[in-house]
Design a protein around this ligand. Structure first.
Ligand SMILES: [Fe+2]
Ligand SMILES: [Fe+2]
Length: 263
């Protein structure tokens, strides 16, 4: 059995600290073999940089996914993404964008394909269809020998994330959602062995508005004046899901929500 830990949107330094603590602990104890971490908000709440990506790999993350914020710190990640294919951007970004939307990484002799797509509903960018994009990426990772496939569907709408999980039913081990920063309670494994959780939730400070200092966000709503967001500090939690996969069949046998307070 392969234990795949999928971590939700990691927000700023507090989120990174939680990832360091829990990934280290869970890999050491054998609770997690393979770690996929969503890091679109890792750099001060918006974007990711090369040095943060390197730190996350050093800590024990195997693949990093991002989302709509992937290029917020474009200068500090673009070049790295050209050479490091384990940092993914949504596959359905325009083809001209740097980076790739899937990769295959080996763990315990098993080739794991990780696919990253973004939703179209209520998103700030005009992504192409994630349904069509995910089909293409499945073919790509299979050609590279992946026998276990997991998908991070970065989207706002629960309906779109649920729909894609059923669209992929029996074809991948897991479809998990990111982007809303709030964990859902709809974890399930289908009869065909596809695990789903429509949002993994945020790894970061919860005394906040989805990661940012709450006062500045409330002021934005009151005044409609755009002010700089600051990363909140308190009530740090680690949020995601642990998926157990039978590597002989590529099917999930269990999914467990993970939501822990930083002690
Ligand atoms: Fe996010
Ligand atoms: Fe996002």
């Amino acid at each position: 059995m392969l234990k795949i830990l999928m971590i939700g949107d990691t927000y700023g330094d507090p989120g990174l600290k939680a990832v360091e603590l829990f990934v280290g602990r869970m890999k050491k104890s054998g609770e997690a073999d393979f770690v996929v971490c969503n890091a679109e908000n890792a750099a001060g709440g918006a974007g990711i940089t090369e040095s943060i990506a390197r730190d996350l790999f050093r800590i024990g993350c195997d693949v990093l996914t991002c989302g709509d914020h992937v290029f917020d710190r474009k200068k500090e990640i673009e070049d790295f993404m050209q050479k490091e294919t384990r940092v993914l951007r949504p596959a359905n970004f325009p083809k001209a964008a740097p980076g790739v939307g899937s990769c295959v990484v080996e763990s315990k002799g098993i080739k794991v394909g990780v696919i990253h797509v973004a939703g179209q509903v209520f998103m700030r960018f005009h992504f192409t269809s994630p349904f069509h994009a995910v089909d293409e990426e499945i073919e790509k990772v299979k050609k590279q020998g992946a026998s276990v496939i997991v998908v991070d569907m970065h989207a706002e709408a629960t309906s779109e994330k649920t729909a894609i999980s059923w669209y992929l039913d029996g074809r991948v081990a897991a479809v998990v959602g990111t982007h809303t920063h709030v964990q859902t309670a709809d974890d399930r494994v289908s009869g065909k062995g596809t695990a789903c959780l429509t949002d993994l939730g945020m790894t970061g400070p919860y005394d906040s508005v989805i990661g940012a200092e709450k006062e500045s966000i409330i002021r934005r709503f009151l005044t409609q004046i755009h002010t700089k967001k600051e990363v909140a500090r308190n009530d740090v939690r680690f949020s995601g899901a642990l998926v157990t996969v039978d590597e002989r069949t590529g099917r999930a046998t269990a999914i467990e929500r993970v939501h822990k307070k930083l002690q």
